[in-house]
Write a protein that binds this ligand. Structure first.
Ligand code: ADP
Ligand code: MG
Length: 703
């Protein structure tokens, strides 16, 4: 039976695939349909317009192609280093070709005295230059099968795929077949007016050129269009969700600013607000008055003063008779917020209550009652707050601190705690590069505190090796003598809690030897300790009873001890950039000069060296976040790599911010003009979004 194939035809039925290859394509590359294959883009191209001569080859050349004869096939080595070697010879000399795998096929298929086209990446081994696992093409009459191409696409493949004949070149052949079969069915999905205004090449052309580019210029055009599309579709979805939310979810209106706010502002607030803080309070007030439910993300570097801003917004809620709550990711932080806020509202007659996982049952009952009777005005706690049993009388405003620890589902639960969903402010101390924020939190409005309170001294960050340790110990003694305190942090090795604990204990013993009792007071803190014990230890540090706190990363988030001025990070190379920056943010919170000391081993990977350099170069959280994104990619930064959420096919959030900005702007315009995409000109776009929603998760579920 002959039937017309479409983009949705299963990959098995593409000529040249069949059931066995289909299975590996599914498993290895998640290619199920022709459309999936079409969207498996090359990750680079071999420039086939240039041929090298053997004598021009350098061991540091990138991928190159050479014409020559292949001779002197011989085996060498044994065990894992067993390999097949051959000489590639042209009229300028010869270099070695090496295979560790698939040698039988090579031995059987290489023909003597024939010219081959060889490509691969040269490397050097014991000072001779060779090419390991080159691709080879027999030249018939001086021409190879793929020679008509100027740029040959190179696709991601795998050993399993290669064993089924689907190396990069095998995949290339399938792509050619695909274009012959369904190439003309690739639909145009962007509204005409948008394509026109950007002068985009057609969608069919873009796909053709991304796989088989004719020249660099048109390849760039193809990439540009496909990147735009990919980012644009996500933005349309997010903007449409945001629009729906804003039109459907009426928000409570906090119409007045009353005594709580004013009293605090005039009589309690111990310092002048920074301009950035004032700006954010204005943004919040305008949201509170809009009649729509607020969903806002507040970004600000560690120590930029987000808590005061949140608290002042909470006073506005109280002034309008509403309850508020603040949710922190850990018990330590919840308690710290409770202590800070309780102290700040002492003179204001505000009822503040703490609720965490370790709140006793009897106490819990009283808390529940007082919440329901509207007596409690500010509830502070951990994720215990989102449990269904926690019921408010009149919840108007929710603050979520350090968002990255909370999921979206949890945020949604908060919405349901009131008939009209409360306003929500999410605070994060890990600055998120704008591109990530626009996608990952695309349905939130964003506020930024980009200014530090005055009088802070820049933290001085230094990178040291083991040989400097004595000097460092001496400096720390001096600092303790001055009355300041010190953190020493050991890495958390997630694979092995035991090892982790051992590292920490060994470290603790070492520190103890250098800082003996009773001259020095040391504390220790790690994740395996009971919450009460952790709290006790932390409290001793807060009160200044401890000189040094030796700890794992449990102190990472939010802890505020202005008297602590030194942060020593052991095995700093094992930490990611944003974590290092978080840890550094534990010091520099008072008026004294603070220091961050990064201890590493001598052997560092290039990435690790870059991280240390960035840390010593800058204190700017946004710069660090950008660098982190470039080093690790969006999936790692947001912790969603496994889920595939941030895995764009062609767009790159680390480099494509210009395209993203434009895509978002156009998406906003589009939704303002046609919120349900019901206009004729947007029909194909609407269909496309509907189709792709069937195939994957929806962005709005994760943002
Ligand atoms: P973060 O943004 O990390 O949550 P905090 O809100 O904990 O920062 O503030 C850090 C410290 O700075 C706190 O001790 C706070 O009282 C203080 N602070 C906040 N705003 C100002 C300001 N405008 N002037 C001086 N100190 C401030
Ligand atoms: Mg904070």
């Amino acid at each position: 039976m002959i039937y017309r194939q479409t983009l949705y035809t299963e990959i098995e039925y593409l000529k040249g695939v069949g059931p066995k290859r289909a299975t590996v394509l599914q498993k290895e590359l998640q290619i199920f349909t022709l459309k999936d294959l079409l969207n498996h883009f090359p990750f680079r191209y071999v420039d086939k317009t240039k041929f090298y001569k053997v004598k021009e080859v350098r061991s540091d050349s990138s991928y190159i192609q050479i014409k020559g004869e292949i001779e002197n096939l011989r085996e060498a080595g044994s065990g894992r280093s067993k390999r097949l070697i051959a000489d590639l010879t042209d009229n300028t000399g010869s270099i070695e070709l090496v295979w560790f795998k698939g040698t039988k096929w090579i031995i059987n298929s290489i023909k003597a005295k024939k010219e081959y086209l060889v490509y691969g990446k040269p490397s050097s081994f014991r000072s001779t230059i060779n090419i390991v696992h080159p691709e080879i093409d027999l030249l018939e009459n001086g021409k190879s099968e793929s020679e008509s191409m100027k740029f040959q696409p190179v696709y991601n493949s795998s050993e399993k795929l290669a064993s089924k004949g689907l190396s990069s070149r095998g995949i290339m052949k399938l792509q050619k077949q695909l274009f012959q079969t369904v190439g003309n069915q690739i639909p145009e999905v962007l509204p005409d007016n948008i394509s026109k205004s950007f002068n985009f090449i057609t969608r069919i052309e873009a796909y053709k050129q991304i796989h088989f580019p004719e020249n660099i210029e048109i390849l760039e055009k193809a990439k540009n269009r496909l990147k735009f599309e990919e980012l644009f579709f996500v933005q349309v979805e997010l903007c449409s969700f945001k629009w729906k939310k804003e039109t459907q979810n009426k928000g409570v209106i906090f119409s007045k600013v009353g005594d709580y706010f004013n009293n605090f502002f005039h009589n309690v607030l111990p310092f002048e607000l920074t301009n950035a803080q004032k700006k954010v309070i204005k943004e919040l007030r305008s949201d509170f008055n809009s009649g729509k439910q607020m969903n806002r993300l507040l970004q600000g570097d560690v120590g930029s003063g987000k808590t005061i801003v949140a608290l002042m917004a909470m006073f506005i809620a109280l002034d309008n008779g509403f309850q508020t709550c603040i949710m922190a990711p850990t018990e330590i932080l919840a308690k710290q917020h409770f202590n800070t806020i309780s102290k700040l509202v002492e003179k204001l007659d505000v009822k503040v209550v703490l609720l965490t996982g370790s709140t006793k049952k009897a106490e819990r009952k009283i808390i529940d009652e007082k919440l329901r009777s509207n007596e409690t005005q500010i509830l502070i706690g951990t994720h215990a707050l989102i449990e269904d049993t926690v019921k408010f009388n009149n919840l108007g405003f929710v603050v979520i601190d350090e968002q990255h620890r909370f999921g979206v589902a949890q945020r949604a639960k908060m919405w349901k705690k009131s008939t009209i969903p409360p306003h929500i402010l999410v605070m994060t101390a890990t600055p998120i590069p704008r591109t990530l924020a626009m996608t990952f939190y695309g349905d939130l409005n964003i506020s930024v505190i980009d200014e530090m309170p005055p009088g802070r001294k820049e933290i001085i960050t230094k990178h040291y090796f083991e040989k400097n340790r004595l000097k460092i110990i001496g400096s720390i003694r001096k600092i303790i003598k001055q009355g300041n305190q010190v953190y020493i942090v050991y890495p958390l090795i997630e694979e092995s809690e035991k090892l982790d604990y051992k590292n920490l204990m060994e470290g603790y013993d070492l520190v103890l030897r250098e800082f003996p009792r009773p001259e020095y007071q040391l504390g220790i803190m790690h994740g395996k300790m009971k919450t009460e014990d952790k709290d006790k230890e932390m409290q001793r540090f807060v009160k200044g009873e401890l000189d040094i706190l030796v700890s794992t990363t449990v102190i990472e988030v939010g802890v505020d001890v202005p008297n602590a001025t030194v942060m020593v990070i052991e095995s700093a190379e094992k930490f990611g950039l944003s974590q290092l920056h978080q840890l550094r943010g534990r010091v520099g919170r008072g008026g004294d000069q603070s220091y961050c000391i990064l201890m590493t081993s001598y052997k560092l990977t290039n990435d690790a060296r870059t991280r240390m350099k960035i840390m010593t170069d800058t204190n700017d959280g946004f710069r660090i976040a950008e660098a982190d994104l470039k080093l690790r990619g969006p999936g790692e930064v947001t912790g969603t790599k496994q889920s595939g959420i941030m895995n764009f096919k062609i767009a790159d959030l680390a480099t494509d911010h210009k395209i993203l900005e434009v895509a978002r702007k156009i998406a906003i315009k589009l939704i303002e003009d046609d919120p349900n995409l019901s206009k004729e000109k947007n029909k194909s776009l609407k269909n496309h979004l509907k189709e792709s929603k069937k195939e994957r998760f929806s962005w709005v579920e994760i943002s």
